[in-house]
Design a protein around this ligand. Structure first.
Ligand SMILES: NC(=O)c1ccc[n+]([C@@H]2O[C@H](COP(=O)([O-])OP(=O)(O)OC[C@H]3O[C@@H](n4cnc5c(N)ncnc54)[C@H](O)[C@@H]3O)[C@@H](O)[C@H]2O)c1
Ligand SMILES: O=C(O)[C@H](O)COP(=O)(O)O
Length: 527
Protein backbone atom coordinates (compact mmCIF):
# COMPACT_ATOMS: atom_id res chain seq x y z
CA UNK A 1 0.00 0.00 0.00
CA UNK A 2 1.62 3.26 -1.14
CA UNK A 3 1.07 6.42 0.90
CA UNK A 4 2.32 9.46 -0.93
CA UNK A 5 3.17 12.64 1.01
CA UNK A 6 3.85 15.73 -1.10
CA UNK A 7 4.04 18.61 1.41
CA UNK A 8 5.92 19.11 4.69
CA UNK A 9 3.93 17.12 7.22
CA UNK A 10 5.14 16.37 10.75
CA UNK A 11 6.82 12.95 11.08
CA UNK A 12 4.89 12.50 14.33
CA UNK A 13 1.74 12.10 12.24
CA UNK A 14 3.34 10.12 9.47
CA UNK A 15 4.52 7.53 12.01
CA UNK A 16 0.91 6.26 12.32
CA UNK A 17 0.83 5.65 8.59
CA UNK A 18 4.17 3.90 8.57
CA UNK A 19 2.86 1.56 11.24
CA UNK A 20 0.05 0.34 8.96
CA UNK A 21 0.79 -3.25 7.89
CA UNK A 22 2.05 -3.32 4.31
CA UNK A 23 2.34 0.48 4.08
CA UNK A 24 5.16 2.10 2.18
CA UNK A 25 5.50 5.81 2.79
CA UNK A 26 6.85 7.90 -0.09
CA UNK A 27 7.67 11.52 0.78
CA UNK A 28 8.31 13.74 -2.26
CA UNK A 29 7.79 17.47 -1.96
CA UNK A 30 7.97 20.18 -4.62
CA UNK A 31 6.65 17.98 -7.45
CA UNK A 32 5.51 19.47 -10.74
CA UNK A 33 2.06 18.41 -12.00
CA UNK A 34 3.48 15.80 -14.43
CA UNK A 35 5.74 14.41 -11.68
CA UNK A 36 2.81 14.21 -9.31
CA UNK A 37 0.68 12.50 -11.98
CA UNK A 38 3.37 9.87 -12.33
CA UNK A 39 3.92 9.40 -8.62
CA UNK A 40 0.21 9.17 -7.76
CA UNK A 41 -0.52 6.46 -10.34
CA UNK A 42 -0.04 3.57 -7.87
CA UNK A 43 -0.75 5.45 -4.61
CA UNK A 44 -3.53 4.37 -2.25
CA UNK A 45 -3.44 7.59 -0.23
CA UNK A 46 -2.15 11.13 -0.76
CA UNK A 47 -1.30 13.54 2.05
CA UNK A 48 -0.93 17.26 1.37
CA UNK A 49 -1.02 20.71 2.91
CA UNK A 50 -1.95 23.80 0.87
CA UNK A 51 1.00 23.80 -1.50
CA UNK A 52 0.31 20.71 -3.61
CA UNK A 53 -2.25 21.44 -6.31
CA UNK A 54 -4.38 18.32 -6.54
CA UNK A 55 -5.93 19.01 -9.92
CA UNK A 56 -8.43 16.97 -11.92
CA UNK A 57 -5.55 15.71 -14.08
CA UNK A 58 -3.70 14.50 -11.00
CA UNK A 59 -6.79 12.74 -9.64
CA UNK A 60 -7.55 11.17 -13.02
CA UNK A 61 -3.98 9.83 -13.22
CA UNK A 62 -4.46 7.88 -9.98
CA UNK A 63 -5.31 4.22 -10.50
CA UNK A 64 -5.95 3.07 -6.95
CA UNK A 65 -6.28 6.20 -4.84
CA UNK A 66 -8.80 5.88 -2.00
CA UNK A 67 -8.18 8.93 0.12
CA UNK A 68 -6.66 12.41 0.03
CA UNK A 69 -5.73 13.75 3.46
CA UNK A 70 -5.30 17.50 3.97
CA UNK A 71 -3.16 18.30 7.02
CA UNK A 72 -5.06 21.52 7.74
CA UNK A 73 -8.40 23.16 7.01
CA UNK A 74 -8.66 24.67 3.52
CA UNK A 75 -9.18 22.25 0.63
CA UNK A 76 -9.26 24.82 -2.17
CA UNK A 77 -6.06 23.28 -3.59
CA UNK A 78 -7.93 19.99 -4.13
CA UNK A 79 -10.42 19.48 -6.98
CA UNK A 80 -13.20 18.10 -4.79
CA UNK A 81 -15.61 17.46 -7.66
CA UNK A 82 -12.98 15.39 -9.49
CA UNK A 83 -12.22 13.44 -6.29
CA UNK A 84 -15.92 12.74 -5.75
CA UNK A 85 -16.41 11.58 -9.35
CA UNK A 86 -13.45 9.25 -8.95
CA UNK A 87 -14.77 7.94 -5.63
CA UNK A 88 -11.86 9.31 -3.58
CA UNK A 89 -12.64 10.46 -0.02
CA UNK A 90 -11.11 13.80 0.93
CA UNK A 91 -10.51 14.23 4.67
CA UNK A 92 -9.03 17.22 6.48
CA UNK A 93 -7.83 18.13 9.96
CA UNK A 94 -9.96 21.16 10.80
CA UNK A 95 -9.26 21.56 14.52
CA UNK A 96 -5.52 21.27 14.90
CA UNK A 97 -4.48 24.70 13.65
CA UNK A 98 -7.33 26.87 14.95
CA UNK A 99 -5.36 28.40 17.79
CA UNK A 100 -2.25 28.89 15.64
CA UNK A 101 -4.30 30.77 13.03
CA UNK A 102 -6.17 32.82 15.65
CA UNK A 103 -2.92 33.79 17.37
CA UNK A 104 -1.30 34.65 14.05
CA UNK A 105 -4.29 36.84 13.22
CA UNK A 106 -3.70 38.73 16.44
CA UNK A 107 0.03 38.90 15.88
CA UNK A 108 -0.66 40.43 12.46
CA UNK A 109 -3.32 42.79 13.77
CA UNK A 110 -1.06 44.15 16.49
CA UNK A 111 2.00 44.17 14.24
CA UNK A 112 0.15 46.42 11.79
CA UNK A 113 -1.48 48.56 14.48
CA UNK A 114 1.94 49.22 16.08
CA UNK A 115 4.14 49.11 12.94
CA UNK A 116 6.33 46.43 14.49
CA UNK A 117 7.92 45.02 11.31
CA UNK A 118 8.52 48.54 9.97
CA UNK A 119 10.12 49.69 13.24
CA UNK A 120 12.24 46.55 13.40
CA UNK A 121 13.45 47.12 9.82
CA UNK A 122 14.22 50.77 10.65
CA UNK A 123 16.47 49.82 13.60
CA UNK A 124 18.28 47.31 11.39
CA UNK A 125 18.91 50.13 8.94
CA UNK A 126 20.79 51.89 11.79
CA UNK A 127 18.03 54.33 12.82
CA UNK A 128 16.42 55.10 16.15
CA UNK A 129 13.19 56.61 14.82
CA UNK A 130 10.53 57.03 17.53
CA UNK A 131 8.30 59.44 15.58
CA UNK A 132 7.30 57.52 12.45
CA UNK A 133 5.74 54.55 14.20
CA UNK A 134 3.01 55.92 16.40
CA UNK A 135 0.30 53.30 16.36
CA UNK A 136 -3.28 52.88 17.55
CA UNK A 137 -4.69 51.07 20.59
CA UNK A 138 -7.17 48.22 20.36
CA UNK A 139 -9.06 48.96 23.56
CA UNK A 140 -12.42 50.59 22.86
CA UNK A 141 -12.16 49.99 19.12
CA UNK A 142 -14.67 48.00 17.07
CA UNK A 143 -13.58 44.92 15.20
CA UNK A 144 -15.69 43.10 12.60
CA UNK A 145 -15.07 39.37 12.43
CA UNK A 146 -16.36 38.10 9.09
CA UNK A 147 -16.81 34.33 9.43
CA UNK A 148 -17.50 33.18 12.99
CA UNK A 149 -16.35 29.58 12.68
CA UNK A 150 -13.54 27.95 14.66
CA UNK A 151 -10.90 30.62 14.03
CA UNK A 152 -13.26 33.61 13.90
CA UNK A 153 -14.64 32.63 17.31
CA UNK A 154 -11.16 32.37 18.86
CA UNK A 155 -10.23 35.72 17.33
CA UNK A 156 -13.41 37.26 18.78
CA UNK A 157 -12.55 35.96 22.26
CA UNK A 158 -9.06 37.41 22.06
CA UNK A 159 -10.41 40.74 20.79
CA UNK A 160 -12.70 40.94 23.81
CA UNK A 161 -9.73 40.32 26.08
CA UNK A 162 -8.15 43.41 24.50
CA UNK A 163 -11.27 45.42 25.37
CA UNK A 164 -12.59 45.61 21.81
CA UNK A 165 -16.24 45.74 20.76
CA UNK A 166 -16.76 42.70 18.54
CA UNK A 167 -19.20 42.57 15.62
CA UNK A 168 -19.76 39.13 14.12
CA UNK A 169 -21.02 38.36 10.64
CA UNK A 170 -21.74 34.77 9.64
CA UNK A 171 -24.90 33.33 8.10
CA UNK A 172 -24.75 30.51 10.67
CA UNK A 173 -24.24 32.71 13.72
CA UNK A 174 -27.41 32.58 15.80
CA UNK A 175 -28.46 35.39 18.14
CA UNK A 176 -28.15 32.98 21.07
CA UNK A 177 -24.61 31.91 20.16
CA UNK A 178 -23.59 35.54 19.59
CA UNK A 179 -24.92 36.49 23.02
CA UNK A 180 -23.14 33.55 24.61
CA UNK A 181 -19.86 34.73 23.05
CA UNK A 182 -20.45 38.41 23.83
CA UNK A 183 -20.44 39.25 20.11
CA UNK A 184 -22.84 41.68 18.42
CA UNK A 185 -24.43 39.95 15.42
CA UNK A 186 -24.50 42.17 12.32
CA UNK A 187 -25.12 42.01 8.59
CA UNK A 188 -22.06 42.29 6.36
CA UNK A 189 -22.97 45.87 5.44
CA UNK A 190 -23.44 46.95 9.06
CA UNK A 191 -20.29 45.19 10.25
CA UNK A 192 -17.96 46.72 7.68
CA UNK A 193 -19.47 50.19 8.06
CA UNK A 194 -18.98 50.31 11.85
CA UNK A 195 -15.60 48.65 12.22
CA UNK A 196 -12.16 50.13 12.93
CA UNK A 197 -10.62 46.71 12.23
CA UNK A 198 -11.96 44.06 9.85
CA UNK A 199 -10.68 40.50 9.89
CA UNK A 200 -11.90 37.76 7.55
CA UNK A 201 -12.23 34.10 8.59
CA UNK A 202 -14.41 32.44 5.97
CA UNK A 203 -13.44 29.77 3.47
CA UNK A 204 -12.89 30.96 -0.10
CA UNK A 205 -16.12 30.13 -1.93
CA UNK A 206 -18.12 31.61 -4.80
CA UNK A 207 -19.94 33.76 -2.21
CA UNK A 208 -16.86 34.93 -0.33
CA UNK A 209 -14.62 35.62 -3.35
CA UNK A 210 -14.01 39.37 -3.29
CA UNK A 211 -16.36 39.77 -0.34
CA UNK A 212 -14.25 42.87 0.40
CA UNK A 213 -14.36 44.60 -2.99
CA UNK A 214 -14.44 48.24 -4.17
CA UNK A 215 -18.02 48.59 -3.07
CA UNK A 216 -17.27 47.22 0.38
CA UNK A 217 -14.21 49.49 0.84
CA UNK A 218 -16.36 52.48 -0.11
CA UNK A 219 -18.71 51.71 2.81
CA UNK A 220 -15.94 51.39 5.39
CA UNK A 221 -14.75 54.02 7.87
CA UNK A 222 -11.80 56.22 6.95
CA UNK A 223 -8.63 54.72 8.40
CA UNK A 224 -9.99 51.19 8.74
CA UNK A 225 -7.44 48.38 9.24
CA UNK A 226 -7.79 45.08 7.41
CA UNK A 227 -6.51 41.60 8.31
CA UNK A 228 -6.65 38.49 6.14
CA UNK A 229 -5.27 35.27 7.60
CA UNK A 230 -7.93 33.12 5.92
CA UNK A 231 -7.66 32.85 2.15
CA UNK A 232 -6.33 35.00 -0.64
CA UNK A 233 -9.20 36.07 -2.88
CA UNK A 234 -11.64 36.91 -0.09
CA UNK A 235 -10.27 40.43 -0.46
CA UNK A 236 -10.03 41.96 -3.93
CA UNK A 237 -6.33 42.90 -3.93
CA UNK A 238 -6.74 45.54 -6.63
CA UNK A 239 -9.49 47.25 -4.63
CA UNK A 240 -7.37 46.99 -1.48
CA UNK A 241 -4.45 48.69 -3.25
CA UNK A 242 -6.74 51.55 -4.31
CA UNK A 243 -8.09 51.88 -0.76
CA UNK A 244 -4.54 51.91 0.64
CA UNK A 245 -3.47 54.48 -1.94
CA UNK A 246 -6.42 56.77 -1.11
CA UNK A 247 -5.82 56.43 2.64
CA UNK A 248 -9.24 54.86 3.22
CA UNK A 249 -7.41 51.82 4.59
CA UNK A 250 -4.80 52.84 7.15
CA UNK A 251 -3.06 49.47 7.27
CA UNK A 252 -3.42 45.91 6.12
CA UNK A 253 -1.98 42.68 7.49
CA UNK A 254 -2.01 39.79 5.07
CA UNK A 255 -0.93 36.19 5.45
CA UNK A 256 -2.63 34.91 2.28
CA UNK A 257 -2.78 36.17 -1.29
CA UNK A 258 -4.67 35.67 -4.53
CA UNK A 259 -1.48 34.23 -5.97
CA UNK A 260 0.93 32.34 -3.73
CA UNK A 261 3.83 32.90 -3.56
CA UNK A 262 2.95 36.58 -4.01
CA UNK A 263 5.04 37.98 -6.91
CA UNK A 264 7.89 40.17 -5.64
CA UNK A 265 6.68 43.11 -7.76
CA UNK A 266 3.08 42.89 -6.53
CA UNK A 267 1.69 46.44 -5.93
CA UNK A 268 0.62 45.49 -2.37
CA UNK A 269 4.27 45.14 -1.40
CA UNK A 270 4.95 48.78 -2.30
CA UNK A 271 2.80 50.08 0.60
CA UNK A 272 4.80 50.67 3.77
CA UNK A 273 1.64 50.21 5.86
CA UNK A 274 1.10 46.64 4.66
CA UNK A 275 2.45 43.80 6.80
CA UNK A 276 2.83 40.44 5.10
CA UNK A 277 3.74 36.87 6.01
CA UNK A 278 4.04 33.89 3.63
CA UNK A 279 0.93 31.89 4.66
CA UNK A 280 2.22 31.20 8.16
CA UNK A 281 -1.13 31.03 9.99
CA UNK A 282 -0.81 27.33 10.73
CA UNK A 283 2.95 27.33 11.11
CA UNK A 284 3.49 26.55 14.77
CA UNK A 285 5.12 23.38 16.05
CA UNK A 286 1.99 22.54 17.99
CA UNK A 287 -0.39 23.04 15.07
CA UNK A 288 1.74 21.06 12.67
CA UNK A 289 1.93 18.13 15.06
CA UNK A 290 -1.83 18.37 15.72
CA UNK A 291 -2.89 18.44 12.07
CA UNK A 292 -0.44 15.72 11.06
CA UNK A 293 -1.65 13.40 13.83
CA UNK A 294 -5.32 14.19 13.11
CA UNK A 295 -5.13 13.75 9.35
CA UNK A 296 -2.99 10.61 9.53
CA UNK A 297 -5.52 9.07 11.94
CA UNK A 298 -8.32 9.92 9.48
CA UNK A 299 -6.43 8.43 6.55
CA UNK A 300 -5.74 5.26 8.57
CA UNK A 301 -9.47 5.01 9.36
CA UNK A 302 -10.40 5.33 5.68
CA UNK A 303 -7.81 2.77 4.62
CA UNK A 304 -9.02 0.36 7.32
CA UNK A 305 -12.68 0.92 6.43
CA UNK A 306 -13.43 2.39 9.86
CA UNK A 307 -15.73 5.38 10.48
CA UNK A 308 -14.03 8.71 9.85
CA UNK A 309 -15.06 12.11 11.08
CA UNK A 310 -13.85 14.82 8.76
CA UNK A 311 -14.72 13.90 5.20
CA UNK A 312 -15.14 16.97 3.05
CA UNK A 313 -16.91 15.33 0.09
CA UNK A 314 -19.27 12.91 1.82
CA UNK A 315 -21.16 12.63 5.12
CA UNK A 316 -19.09 11.21 7.96
CA UNK A 317 -20.40 8.77 10.55
CA UNK A 318 -19.48 9.22 14.18
CA UNK A 319 -18.58 6.10 16.14
CA UNK A 320 -21.97 6.26 17.88
CA UNK A 321 -23.86 6.64 14.58
CA UNK A 322 -21.90 3.79 13.11
CA UNK A 323 -22.82 1.53 16.03
CA UNK A 324 -26.54 2.13 15.45
CA UNK A 325 -26.52 2.27 11.66
CA UNK A 326 -23.90 -0.33 10.76
CA UNK A 327 -26.34 -3.26 10.33
CA UNK A 328 -28.52 -1.04 8.13
CA UNK A 329 -25.54 -0.10 5.98
CA UNK A 330 -25.15 -3.76 5.12
CA UNK A 331 -28.91 -4.30 4.76
CA UNK A 332 -29.21 -1.22 2.50
CA UNK A 333 -26.44 -2.36 0.21
CA UNK A 334 -27.83 -5.91 0.00
CA UNK A 335 -31.37 -4.72 -0.69
CA UNK A 336 -30.03 -2.37 -3.38
CA UNK A 337 -28.08 -5.22 -4.92
CA UNK A 338 -31.10 -7.55 -4.73
CA UNK A 339 -33.56 -5.16 -6.34
CA UNK A 340 -31.04 -4.32 -9.10
CA UNK A 341 -31.23 -8.00 -10.08
CA UNK A 342 -35.04 -8.00 -10.23
CA UNK A 343 -35.14 -5.12 -12.70
CA UNK A 344 -34.86 -5.18 -16.47
CA UNK A 345 -33.98 -2.00 -18.34
CA UNK A 346 -32.83 1.28 -16.90
CA UNK A 347 -34.12 2.40 -13.54
CA UNK A 348 -35.84 5.78 -13.64
CA UNK A 349 -36.49 6.33 -9.99
CA UNK A 350 -35.85 4.96 -6.56
CA UNK A 351 -37.82 5.60 -3.42
CA UNK A 352 -36.24 4.66 -0.12
CA UNK A 353 -38.54 4.50 2.88
CA UNK A 354 -37.07 4.60 6.35
CA UNK A 355 -39.63 3.38 8.87
CA UNK A 356 -39.84 3.07 12.64
CA UNK A 357 -36.93 4.21 14.79
CA UNK A 358 -34.65 4.29 11.75
CA UNK A 359 -36.61 7.34 10.59
CA UNK A 360 -35.20 9.27 13.56
CA UNK A 361 -31.59 8.99 12.40
CA UNK A 362 -29.57 10.83 9.78
CA UNK A 363 -29.78 8.16 7.11
CA UNK A 364 -27.79 9.91 4.36
CA UNK A 365 -25.09 7.27 4.62
CA UNK A 366 -27.60 4.39 4.43
CA UNK A 367 -28.94 5.91 1.21
CA UNK A 368 -25.39 5.85 -0.17
CA UNK A 369 -25.11 2.14 0.61
CA UNK A 370 -28.41 1.44 -1.17
CA UNK A 371 -27.12 3.34 -4.21
CA UNK A 372 -23.81 1.52 -4.07
CA UNK A 373 -25.61 -1.83 -4.12
CA UNK A 374 -28.05 -0.78 -6.81
CA UNK A 375 -25.55 0.85 -9.15
CA UNK A 376 -22.66 -1.45 -8.26
CA UNK A 377 -24.54 -4.42 -9.74
CA UNK A 378 -24.26 -2.81 -13.16
CA UNK A 379 -21.17 -0.63 -12.86
CA UNK A 380 -19.01 -2.88 -10.67
CA UNK A 381 -16.13 -1.63 -8.52
CA UNK A 382 -16.26 1.82 -10.09
CA UNK A 383 -19.08 2.61 -7.61
CA UNK A 384 -18.35 3.40 -3.98
CA UNK A 385 -19.92 5.36 -1.13
CA UNK A 386 -18.26 8.58 -2.29
CA UNK A 387 -19.36 8.64 -5.91
CA UNK A 388 -22.64 6.66 -5.71
CA UNK A 389 -24.88 9.79 -5.50
CA UNK A 390 -22.91 11.43 -8.31
CA UNK A 391 -23.21 8.34 -10.53
CA UNK A 392 -26.95 8.12 -9.73
CA UNK A 393 -27.39 11.71 -10.84
CA UNK A 394 -25.32 11.10 -13.96
CA UNK A 395 -27.43 8.13 -14.93
CA UNK A 396 -30.62 10.18 -14.52
CA UNK A 397 -31.82 8.18 -11.51
CA UNK A 398 -34.07 10.24 -9.29
CA UNK A 399 -33.74 9.29 -5.63
CA UNK A 400 -36.38 10.08 -3.01
CA UNK A 401 -36.10 9.41 0.71
CA UNK A 402 -39.27 9.19 2.79
CA UNK A 403 -39.50 8.71 6.52
CA UNK A 404 -42.31 6.97 8.40
CA UNK A 405 -41.43 7.08 12.09
CA UNK A 406 -44.71 5.43 13.07
CA UNK A 407 -44.31 2.00 11.45
CA UNK A 408 -46.96 -0.25 13.03
CA UNK A 409 -45.47 -3.68 12.45
CA UNK A 410 -41.68 -3.38 12.57
CA UNK A 411 -39.48 -1.45 14.97
CA UNK A 412 -37.30 -0.55 11.98
CA UNK A 413 -37.99 -0.83 8.29
CA UNK A 414 -35.95 -0.15 5.18
CA UNK A 415 -37.97 -0.41 1.97
CA UNK A 416 -36.95 0.24 -1.64
CA UNK A 417 -39.23 0.81 -4.58
CA UNK A 418 -37.79 1.15 -8.08
CA UNK A 419 -39.53 2.05 -11.28
CA UNK A 420 -38.01 0.95 -14.56
CA UNK A 421 -39.08 0.34 -18.13
CA UNK A 422 -40.41 -3.10 -17.13
CA UNK A 423 -42.54 -1.84 -14.24
CA UNK A 424 -42.11 -1.58 -10.53
CA UNK A 425 -40.36 -3.70 -7.91
CA UNK A 426 -40.29 -3.39 -4.18
CA UNK A 427 -38.20 -4.98 -1.50
CA UNK A 428 -38.15 -4.38 2.23
CA UNK A 429 -35.94 -5.49 5.07
CA UNK A 430 -35.60 -5.11 8.79
CA UNK A 431 -33.28 -6.03 11.59
CA UNK A 432 -34.69 -8.75 13.86
CA UNK A 433 -33.21 -8.81 17.32
CA UNK A 434 -30.97 -11.84 17.50
CA UNK A 435 -31.49 -12.76 13.82
CA UNK A 436 -29.74 -9.86 12.10
CA UNK A 437 -30.90 -8.37 8.81
CA UNK A 438 -33.81 -10.06 7.05
CA UNK A 439 -35.70 -9.52 3.82
CA UNK A 440 -39.34 -9.31 4.83
CA UNK A 441 -41.09 -8.38 1.62
CA UNK A 442 -40.58 -8.73 -2.12
CA UNK A 443 -43.00 -7.24 -4.63
CA UNK A 444 -45.76 -7.16 -2.04
CA UNK A 445 -45.26 -10.73 -0.73
CA UNK A 446 -44.20 -11.37 2.84
CA UNK A 447 -41.04 -13.46 3.15
CA UNK A 448 -38.37 -13.98 5.77
CA UNK A 449 -34.87 -14.61 4.45
CA UNK A 450 -31.35 -13.38 5.20
CA UNK A 451 -30.08 -10.97 2.51
CA UNK A 452 -27.04 -12.99 1.59
CA UNK A 453 -25.65 -15.71 -0.63
CA UNK A 454 -27.06 -17.16 -3.86
CA UNK A 455 -30.83 -17.12 -4.19
CA UNK A 456 -33.29 -18.38 -6.77
CA UNK A 457 -36.34 -16.13 -6.73
CA UNK A 458 -39.55 -17.11 -8.50
CA UNK A 459 -43.09 -15.81 -8.80
CA UNK A 460 -45.44 -18.54 -9.89
CA UNK A 461 -48.99 -19.78 -9.81
CA UNK A 462 -49.79 -21.15 -6.37
CA UNK A 463 -50.60 -24.79 -7.25
CA UNK A 464 -49.28 -28.19 -6.12
CA UNK A 465 -46.10 -29.51 -7.70
CA UNK A 466 -44.41 -26.21 -8.60
CA UNK A 467 -41.81 -26.36 -5.84
CA UNK A 468 -41.04 -30.01 -6.56
CA UNK A 469 -40.52 -29.37 -10.28
CA UNK A 470 -38.18 -26.44 -9.65
CA UNK A 471 -36.29 -28.60 -7.14
CA UNK A 472 -35.94 -31.31 -9.77
CA UNK A 473 -34.43 -28.90 -12.31
CA UNK A 474 -31.96 -27.76 -9.69
CA UNK A 475 -31.18 -31.34 -8.67
CA UNK A 476 -30.56 -32.29 -12.29
CA UNK A 477 -28.07 -29.43 -12.50
CA UNK A 478 -26.42 -30.62 -9.27
CA UNK A 479 -27.41 -27.45 -7.39
CA UNK A 480 -27.94 -28.02 -3.69
CA UNK A 481 -30.79 -26.22 -1.91
CA UNK A 482 -29.80 -24.89 1.51
CA UNK A 483 -33.01 -23.14 2.52
CA UNK A 484 -36.48 -22.28 1.30
CA UNK A 485 -39.02 -19.56 1.84
CA UNK A 486 -42.46 -19.30 0.24
CA UNK A 487 -45.08 -16.64 0.45
CA UNK A 488 -48.49 -15.95 -1.02
CA UNK A 489 -51.36 -13.57 -0.62
CA UNK A 490 -54.20 -16.02 -1.27
CA UNK A 491 -54.56 -19.74 -1.96
CA UNK A 492 -54.42 -20.50 -5.67
CA UNK A 493 -53.29 -17.02 -6.64
CA UNK A 494 -49.65 -16.08 -7.18
CA UNK A 495 -46.87 -17.21 -4.85
CA UNK A 496 -43.22 -16.33 -4.44
CA UNK A 497 -40.34 -18.59 -3.55
CA UNK A 498 -36.81 -17.80 -2.37
CA UNK A 499 -34.46 -20.75 -2.52
CA UNK A 500 -31.01 -20.42 -0.97
CA UNK A 501 -28.71 -22.38 -3.20
CA UNK A 502 -25.07 -23.36 -2.89
CA UNK A 503 -24.09 -21.94 -6.26
CA UNK A 504 -25.53 -19.42 -8.65
CA UNK A 505 -28.23 -20.90 -10.89
CA UNK A 506 -26.83 -20.78 -14.42
CA UNK A 507 -28.69 -19.25 -17.35
CA UNK A 508 -29.61 -22.60 -19.02
CA UNK A 509 -31.29 -23.86 -15.83
CA UNK A 510 -33.11 -20.54 -15.47
CA UNK A 511 -34.34 -20.91 -19.07
CA UNK A 512 -35.73 -24.39 -18.27
CA UNK A 513 -37.50 -23.11 -15.16
CA UNK A 514 -38.81 -20.10 -17.06
CA UNK A 515 -40.52 -22.44 -19.56
CA UNK A 516 -42.41 -24.33 -16.88
CA UNK A 517 -46.13 -23.84 -16.93
CA UNK A 518 -47.24 -21.47 -14.16
CA UNK A 519 -43.89 -19.68 -13.82
CA UNK A 520 -44.33 -15.91 -14.06
CA UNK A 521 -40.94 -14.57 -13.08
CA UNK A 522 -37.58 -16.11 -12.25
CA UNK A 523 -34.26 -14.60 -11.25
CA UNK A 524 -30.93 -15.90 -10.00
CA UNK A 525 -29.86 -13.43 -7.32
CA UNK A 526 -26.26 -13.16 -6.21
CA UNK A 527 -25.68 -11.20 -2.99
N1 LIG B 1 -3.54 31.31 7.16
C1 LIG B 1 -3.53 30.05 7.49
O1 LIG B 1 -2.50 29.40 7.52
C2 LIG B 1 -4.82 29.40 7.87
C3 LIG B 1 -4.83 28.42 8.88
C4 LIG B 1 -6.03 27.79 9.17
C5 LIG B 1 -7.18 28.12 8.49
N2 LIG B 1 -7.14 29.05 7.52
C6 LIG B 1 -8.33 29.46 6.80
O2 LIG B 1 -9.16 30.20 7.72
C7 LIG B 1 -10.51 30.12 7.31
C8 LIG B 1 -11.40 29.78 8.48
O3 LIG B 1 -11.06 28.52 9.00
P1 LIG B 1 -11.95 27.86 10.16
O4 LIG B 1 -11.22 26.67 10.64
O5 LIG B 1 -12.39 28.87 11.13
O6 LIG B 1 -13.20 27.38 9.29
P2 LIG B 1 -14.68 27.18 9.80
O7 LIG B 1 -15.33 26.32 8.77
O8 LIG B 1 -14.71 26.74 11.21
O9 LIG B 1 -15.31 28.63 9.74
C9 LIG B 1 -15.64 29.28 8.57
C10 LIG B 1 -16.88 30.11 8.85
O10 LIG B 1 -17.14 30.91 7.71
C11 LIG B 1 -18.53 31.02 7.62
N3 LIG B 1 -18.91 31.44 6.28
C12 LIG B 1 -19.00 30.68 5.16
N4 LIG B 1 -19.42 31.45 4.14
C13 LIG B 1 -19.61 32.70 4.65
C14 LIG B 1 -20.03 33.91 4.07
N5 LIG B 1 -20.37 33.99 2.79
N6 LIG B 1 -20.09 34.99 4.88
C15 LIG B 1 -19.75 34.90 6.18
N7 LIG B 1 -19.35 33.79 6.78
C16 LIG B 1 -19.28 32.69 6.01
C17 LIG B 1 -19.03 29.64 7.96
O11 LIG B 1 -20.40 29.68 8.35
C18 LIG B 1 -18.12 29.26 9.10
O12 LIG B 1 -18.68 29.58 10.35
C19 LIG B 1 -10.53 29.11 6.17
O13 LIG B 1 -10.46 29.82 4.95
C20 LIG B 1 -9.24 28.35 6.35
O14 LIG B 1 -8.79 27.76 5.16
C21 LIG B 1 -5.97 29.70 7.20
O1 LIG C 1 -6.21 25.98 5.59
C1 LIG C 1 -5.27 25.79 6.35
O2 LIG C 1 -5.25 24.88 7.19
C2 LIG C 1 -4.15 26.75 6.34
O3 LIG C 1 -4.22 27.58 5.25
C3 LIG C 1 -2.81 26.14 6.52
O4 LIG C 1 -2.20 25.81 5.32
P1 LIG C 1 -0.78 25.08 5.35
O5 LIG C 1 -1.03 23.71 5.89
O6 LIG C 1 -0.28 25.04 3.95
O7 LIG C 1 0.09 25.86 6.25
Amino acid sequence: MKILVTDDISPLGLAQLEALPGASLVVRTGLSEPELMEEIRDADALLVRSQTQVTERVIEAAQRLRVIGRAGVGVDNIDLAAATRKGVVVVNAPDGNTIAAAEHTFAMLIASARYIPQADASIRRGKWDRKSFVGVELRGKTIAVLGMGRIGTEVAKRAMAFGMRVLGYDPFLTEERARELGVIRKSLEEAIAEADFITVHTPLTKETRHMLNRDAFARMKEGVRIVNCARGGIIDEEALCEALASGKVAAAALDVFEQEPIPADHPLLSFPNVVVTPHLGASTHEAQVNVAIDVAAEVVRVLRGEPFRNAVNMPSLTKEQKEVLEPYLLLGEQLGLFIAQLVDGSIADLEITYGGQLANYDVAFVTRTVLKGLLGYRHGDEVNYVNAPYLAEQSGLSVRETKQPRSKVYTNLLALRVRSEDGEHRIAGTLFNGFGPRIIEIDGYSVDAPPQGKILFTRHVDKPGMIGKIGTWLGNADINIAGMQVGRKETGGEAVMLLSVDRKVPEDVLAQIRQMEGIRFVRAIDL
